[in-house]
Design a protein around this ligand. Structure first.
Ligand SMILES: NC(=O)c1ccc[n+]([C@@H]2O[C@H](COP(=O)([O-])OP(=O)(O)OC[C@H]3O[C@@H](n4cnc5c(N)ncnc54)[C@H](OP(=O)(O)O)[C@@H]3O)[C@@H](O)[C@H]2O)c1
Length: 282
């Protein structure tokens, strides 16, 4: 694999632009998948407490033979733990389950504006405290809309390093991405290939044929050229390798514009709308 570029974050750290996501990988399959990704050269793993597979991610990292410091690891706060004391408890639980010494990045998984009195700034201040205590290298958010980010800017002192949001050709999420660009918040694009939904698209298929790549590679390359951080999920060794083999070709401006032109606005969302999402694990 050609080397994976780093993206500089607003706190002076940096993150590999391509990583490996483990959402919906059953715990029994997670260790093998993460070991495969690490063997193939991935050095960035994106997990979450709510994915239920942190222990297996940690086992793979410890058994991989790759030095801990060479791997960037993100996890996220469980929706049921937004009060500051609970957030600290959840953070410690994630650290214990992963058992890899330290975390690179901890995110508020969802803002949950309809829960906890809408007080996500207090949850954010708790994460900021973890960072100032040296418990985690960087802190960020996920699924924050523009109004949520504006509230953090108005009511707290720390700017998130990233906002991890749904972005793919059918859902550009442009206003949130633009806010990030204007305020030095890097965009992490979740479901970068729309969980497979964009892979049969005619426009993308035509471009893939022209550049001699798969449709997944074309879509991931589109993200890379837009500056997004991506971590496609796969349990197939072939597809894990394919998804990382995207650094030796370039899409021309016309192809980039054609893919961007597939945006369906709100209709293109595959996941929940963060403004109303209020799920807490039972
Ligand atoms: N913050 C959040 O709220 C949030 C929400 C969703 C996701 N995420 C993060 O983003 C990561 C990626 O998103 P995602 O898992 O939802 O979706 P995704 O990466 O867009 O797509 C994964 C799906 O595409 C298939 N696939 C992967 N590579 C392929 C290829 N080259 N060709 C054909 N099919 C391929 C996978 O099947 P196989 O496994 O069979 O290959 C899987 O069904 C997650 O793992 C997680 O880390 C975060």
């Amino acid at each position: 694999m050609t080397s994976i570029p780093d993206i500089s974050l607003n706190d002076g750290t940096s993150i590999p632009q391509l990583g490996f996501g483990v959402f919906q990988i059953p715990p029994a399959e997670t260790k093998a998948a993460v070991l495969t990704a690490l063997e193939l050269g991935y050095r960035h793993i994106d997990t979450a407490e709510m994915y239920g597979n942190e222990k297996e991610v940690g086992q793979a990292i410890r058994e991989s033979g790759v030095p801990r410091d060479d791997i960037y690891v993100t996890t996220k706060l469980n929706n049921g733990f937004h009060e500051p004391d609970k957030a600290r408890e959840a953070y410690q639980l994630s650290l214990d389950d992963l058992d890899i010494g330290y975390l690179d990045l901890f995110l508020i998984h969802w803002p949950l504006p309809t829960l906890y009195g809408g007080d996500y700034p207090t949850t954010w201040n708790a994460l900021a405290q973890f960072k100032s205590e040296g418990l985690v290298k960087s802190v960020g958010v996920s699924n924050f809309q523009v109004d949520h980010l504006e509230r953090l800017a108005a009511e707290t002192d720390l700017v998130p390093v990233v906002n991890q949001i749904e972005v793919h050709p059918y859902f550009a999420n442009a206003a949130v991405r633009d806010y990030g660009t204007e305020h030095s918040i890097a965009t992490e694009a979740w479901s970068p290939i729309a969980q497979g939904a964009v892979l049969d698209d005619q426009v993308i298929t035509e471009i893939a044929g022209r550049v001699g790549r798969t449709t997944a590679q074309v879509v991931l390359r589109w993200h890379i050229q837009l500056g997004h951080i991506v971590f496609p999920k796969s349990v197939s060794e072939k597809r894990i390798a394919e998804n990382a083999d995207i650094f030796d070709f370039e899409l021309d401006a016309e192809s980039m514009a054609a893919i961007s032109g597939l945006d369906r606005g709100e209709d293109g969302r595959r996941g929940p709308n963060p403004s109303v999402f209020d799920w807490i694990p039972g």
